[in-house]
Ligand binder design. Sequence first.
Ligand code: RP5
Length: 181
Amino acid sequence: RPKQEAVTTTSSSSSSSQSTEKPLVLITMGSDSDLPVLKAGLDVLREFGVPYALDITSAHRTPRYMMRVAGEAAERGIRVIIAAAGGAAHLPGMLSSETPLPVIGVPVKATHLDGMDSLLSIVQMPRGVPTATVGINNSTNAALLAIRILGTFVPEYQDKMKRYQAEMEEQVIVKGNKLRE
Ligand code: RP5
């Protein structure tokens, strides 16, 4: 079985940020070498108190396991999948093809092509298999988008998102005020 990050072991096939709560977001990646890029997004999910599961599901090295995880995600109670991959980044799209859940792809800058290969591999999906795509290495936005999706049916997350946006606005205004002084 593919290696998993040692967080808190749950009864599922992955790990969760909160052992008592069922994960709502599955964060998976093509390789453990993608994990540093996902760190910022994991921090955001923790900040918002969103239970998540982590996994490694390579489209090329573990295709059968990847399809099994995708096929079982919805019945496990997962509501959004975040998938990071670099190079020929087929993971997010393949997950999308096997699950009815929203999938957010994070292109990872893993090669000499500066992540453009990953970005184009993820964003250019055929009609019928939508896969949201954030900027190269931008796991922060992947997590924030996942929380916005959860916020459509969990008021707590939408309230936290409103506060996050208000704080962000305030910080920029304060910086502008300082520049104008
Ligand atoms: C992709 O190949 C992974 O998502 C990773 O970004 C890249 C390199 O993987 P490793 O060779 O570091 O395992 O499948």
